[in-house]
Ligand binder design. Sequence first.
Ligand code: MN
Length: 340
Amino acid sequence: MSADLLAVPAARRAAIASLAPHLVPGRRVALSTHLNADGDGCGSETALARMLTAQGLTPRIVNPTPWPEMFDFLLGDDVDDQTARGSKALRDVDLLIVLDISDVKRLGVLTEAVRALTVPKLVIDHHIDSDEPAGPIVVADTSACATAELVYDVAAVLGWPLNAAMARSLYTGMLTDTGGFRFSNTTPRCLAVAAQLLACGVDPEDMYTRIYASAPAGRVRLMADVLGTLQVDESVGLSWLSMGPDALDRHNVRAEDLDGIVEHARSIAGTRMALFFRDLGHGKVKVSFRSTGRTDVNAFARQFGGGGHAKAAGALITGSLGEVRDRVVDAARTLLAAQE
Ligand SMILES: [Mn+2]
């Protein structure tokens, strides 16, 4: 493999070097990520937790929402998840590292406690922009396929060895954030890093089975319900799905079981933007935005108070399911028609 592919970009290397003085043995470190942690959040946290432990620090995970069951396999006796203690778990730390998040508000119930923390606050992230980053010391690089790629680089730059458990965590982040190494963020470097992780002992079929082939039956039944709501406007290349507030309970599944459902709308030929409307049942609707091609759904989602990446974004919008859907679909039709 070309060594050039694995070289850490200069700006990224310099940003990582700025973290190093804070990573002193003996320090207690809280690691946190966004609401409803995904594979990249969970993978980046568990990899970094094990790396910090190996370097003599004492990390703990403190997330705004409980650890998702589907990523239980990344935890272990050597990872301390103190999420259940809430913001109390932030009180006696020497350092906070926030992962995979562009804005402090995505820390949900922990937001105020994190704003008030006086210990050094570090951010490692690959999202586009932020009104209020969770901390002042930032490793942010949108060219990284996942935060996990940046955590890999932290280890590379600081000369920390990787073991198989760290490699599995990092692979989980990269695999899930690239949609199984299919989205446009699947760069040559992303695959070069993934190759290194396989060389560290990751079993790709085992990872596939754990992440994509371990669904409860209710998840598949829920998907059947949601796919039944599909609407397509072929004239502008817009597809959307909807879900009522009681669907999760009816199928005895959790919000994490919805991950990737919007991809079915995006998979339709000619679709340039796909939307998923989830009625949360208290006058709020969560909208997921996906795009194919040049439509920037980060900019579009920001019109509705949301944000994310150019090709994947989200927003939480006040209103009934019908109202929100009408507003967003109308705006999307206008945007797409103007781009033709
Ligand atoms: Mn990510």
